[in-house]
Design a protein around this ligand. Structure first.
Ligand SMILES: [Zn+2]
Length: 358
């Protein structure tokens, strides 16, 4: 990597005493892998943000392409890490939280509810680097361009949006839609706006559904909405027209006079799959698992081009790409089908609500 092209990383905040050697080890391993350390850089790729339970202060991103990993020292990993640590991840506006227990190891928690541990020992910092790097080197595709050009006959939806609404209800009945994380209750309005702008999310809910409309377009659930209650076109379900590579944005068609909601951050992934496989008619993503599925190698964040590519590659390798079930490591499943009902029939009774973590 040329020095001038090197991805820049920095520290923010003050480490507690136990975090000092951990931070030094991280700094060394990131530099070894071609990252450049700077103090107060304008647009860093990665910010390692020191927090404590009392002071979970966010780093205020100026650039969208900045990923924040918050580091916290703990005497031990709590018995229920998601329940106890997730609020700090959100409060510090981070993409990932690393709870470091001196002498024992690091526990990782991602925005997508992934959590896993690297014990201290041989190659510890290399292993920690390998966990953080997929986040630091990925590109978010979360901008939305809304065009009020949806055909009038689709303003109330069609048989495809009705099928998506039915499928959302089914997933809720099967208990596959974890309750949206109540970010609005722990973030002040200013931080909430910041999170929505930077991550392109309308709230933290998990899972999404889509159905192909024609050669290029597909319907998809909006970000942060209740998937068990998909109703309004432009607000619960959106028409994805295309991806604009120059603006790095998804193009949505909406009815006029609707204040649209953002499409799910995984729209780029669905777009890639529909484009490559004309026989795919629907895609469902849930945070659940199935025995024996092939899985992606790295834990890229939702809404990134890299996650989309990793999933698209697994779909391509499937015996029948139009009926593929792909595991997203430490995250969930993306399932393709000829139709929404085709997917539901194939997965009914086979899903494990708990995603295995490794
Ligand atoms: Zn997900």
């Amino acid at each position: 990597m040329e020095r001038s092209d090197a991805a820049v990383f920095t520290f923010h905040g003050e480490p507690t005493p136990g975090l000092v050697p951990f931070a030094e080890g991280l700094k060394e391993v990131f530099i070894k892998h071609g990252y450049a350390y700077e103090e107060n850089p304008e647009a860093p790729r990665l910010v390692l943000n020191f927090i404590t339970k009392e002071r979970a202060k966010p780093y205020r991103r100026r650039a969208k392409a900045t990923f924040v990993v918050s580091l916290m020292e703990l005497p031990e990993v709590p018995a229920e890490p998601i329940k106890e640590l997730y609020p700090y991840l959100v409060r510090a506006l981070s993409n990932m939280l690393v709870a470091y227990v001196p002498g024992k190891g690091a526990h990782f928690l991602t925005l997508e509810l992934g959590h896993y541990t690297e014990p201290e020992g041989e190659d510890f910092f290399e292993r920690v680097f390998a966990r953080i790097n997929p986040i630091a080197c990925s590109v978010l595709v979360i901008d939305n361009i809304f065009e009020p050009t949806l055909e009038p006959e689709l303003w109330q939806g069609d048989e495809l949006t009705a099928a998506l609404a039915r499928a959302g209800k089914k997933l809720a009945e099967w208990d596959l839609l974890p309750a949206p994380f109540p970010i609005e209750t722990i973030l002040p309005p200013e931080d909430l706006r910041h999170v929505k702008r930077l991550y392109g999310i309308g709230g933290l809910s998990y899972g999404n559904l889509s159905a192909r409309k024609d050669e290029r377009r597909f319907w998809m659930s909006a970000s942060g909405v209740d998937k068990a209650n998909l109703k309004e076109i432009g607000r619960d379900i959106l028409m994805v027209k295309d991806y604009d590579p120059e603006k790095n944005a998804m193009i949505l068609q909406v009815p006029p006079n609707v204040t649209p909601k953002r499409v799910s951050v995984d729209a780029i992934e669905h777009w890639m799959i529909y484009r490559e496989h004309p026989e795919v008619g629907a895609i469902i993503h849930v945070h659940a698992w199935m025995e024996g599925v092939p899985e992606t190698q790295f834990n890229y964040p939702c809404g990134t081009y890299q996650l989309a590519e990793a999933v698209a590659e697994k779909v391509r390798e499937a015996p029948d790409p139009a009926r593929a079930i792909v595991g997203l490591k430490n995250h969930g499943l993306t399932i393709t089908g000829r139709s929404v009902d085709d997917i539901l029939e194939r997965i009914e009774g086979k899903l494990i609500p708990q995603v295995p973590m490794s």
